[in-house]
Write a protein that binds this ligand. Sequence first.
Ligand SMILES: [Zn+2]
Length: 629
Amino acid sequence: MSEHLRAEFEKYLARFGLKPRKLPSRQLREAGQRSVIGIKYEEAKARGDPMAESILIAYEKNRERDLAETRHPATIEIEETAKEVEATIRALPAFAGRFHDDVFVGEFPTGSVNCQTVKVDGGFLVLVNSGTLMMMQQVVTFLWRGNADDPNSKESLQAAEGVAEVLAAYVQHGDPYYGPKPLAGGMLGVAASLMTAAARKFVVAHEYGHILASHLSEPNVEPVKLETEVGRLDVLRKSYAQEFEADDIGYRLTLGVAANEDFDLAVIDAGYSDGLDAMRAGLSQKSLIAGPFVALTVDAILRRFYDSRRLAGGKVPPGDAHPPADERIEALLARCPGKGPRHSGFIKFPFMLLPSWERIVGVMTDRIFGEPPPPPAVEDNDQGDGAVWLDDIMRCVDVIRAGDYAAAALSLTDSFEKQRTIIEPDVDVVRRELVRAALGRPSDIGRTLLDRHRDRRAAEQYVESAARSPFAQFAGSVPGGPRLSVAGLADLGLNQEPKGLGLVQAVMEEETTKRASFGAEVHLLDAVLYAWRGERARSFASFQAALAAGVADLHHRLADFVVLEERALALGVELDIQKLLEVVGLNAIGDNKEAARRLARLVKDYTEYLGVPLGPMAQRMVDTQMQVE
Ligand SMILES: [Zn+2]
């Protein structure tokens, strides 16, 4: 990419009254990033993807750099893609020797999914239709939600539906920003981003193919007029033969080889057996093979859409001069490296759309020309919520980075509380209040717990009455039907995996390796972190360490808690009044007198410590068991 030509590009835009994309405000970008990251993370986490936490870690690592960027994200994508293509050209002598021109790749509303090239003073401008590269990403993310082996499966049809919405927004607004924004995180996100990169690379590399094959610098090359919504462009005329040649070169550039036979298939083979890095490398190679077919399948579907409009007498943009996409696909399939689906299996992803093309064209027509679409249904992902918990976690990360562990512990304690429900074990309430008290924030454990018990009791009564309704009784008799019970309610509250803790932990580890000794605040922060992750023994050890480091402990509240928790750990029970009463009862019925006695004593000491009175029945049971010899 030539920097000199950037000025030429801006001059060219100005001729049509256009300007390069403007960057939104920092605040808007940060909010946008967080909502995207939050959705990606929750999507990956919901699938149990092992890479979910790394999404947050990568976000945190690149946050400042991304916010300091002065170019629009769409501009960055285009420029990065062009840089990559040029790097490939320079690395391959067969192409490097033929590359003599200055080129700049930029966004322009050409109205065609294929790039256009115009000649300007000092070189060539490759014009990518506005939104094309963004659109590729959204199409690919939907493709990865389908079942490539079965284009007629429910998932594949849903994926086709999503692609139709993306293409409708692309055609209508020249920018898929207005369409659905599918997001995938974790391994699925990695696979989708590798395939997106390959599809984008081919779109741009095809145009470099024309340049390398000197299609644009032959003396008799003549300009043709291309009508666009902003005016008429003089683009350079190319023959079908030249288009196929540009596809051939574009495919080799996408693969990163001088000849298709050079493509390293062993990397794909190793990916099937050699661990995560090898798997990623294999995925990448398979994506490169499939990339051009994503771009060309989109082209094929858009052509069918325009054909159907033309048949219906509608006004359509004049087609660009590229050969029909179906023929280009056929020609490239013959050059595809590898034997069989083991290597080229990802091609099935874009091809999954072909049996659904009529449906896709139908949906696009409805969206663009039909009735206004119904208001969007309630999204699965609550974006507002996603941004809120992530804001809390990032605030905590920021103060850890600033070395203020007390503020970090308090902030983590607050997010912990926000993400939990009234069904959580009461000992987690106690742990949070202890941390707050130790850090000088006023706290009244007994009061807080009593409020919680009242709310909890109200919720339980609601569930009990709901469970008595005839419908609930019917539902309960159906296998897999909803379980309406107090126990079920507790499950409901705690199945929620904590969000964002992997990031906090990673940042903590990174920061603490920089410091030789830790203050009590670090141990308190650890105690909250481990409590939230359900790692009781480590939370206990962190509280002990905080005490050893001389933490402020008014009235020995923390020291007394540590003693109680040590007893609970030894008895294998959790410090939760309701659960403790249950195990006292169970042991009493099972005639485990000694266990019942020790547990009853623990209940008595724990409730006295909290200042929470037991109900009369529970009190009698505890008293009785404590006296049993
Ligand atoms: Zn071309």
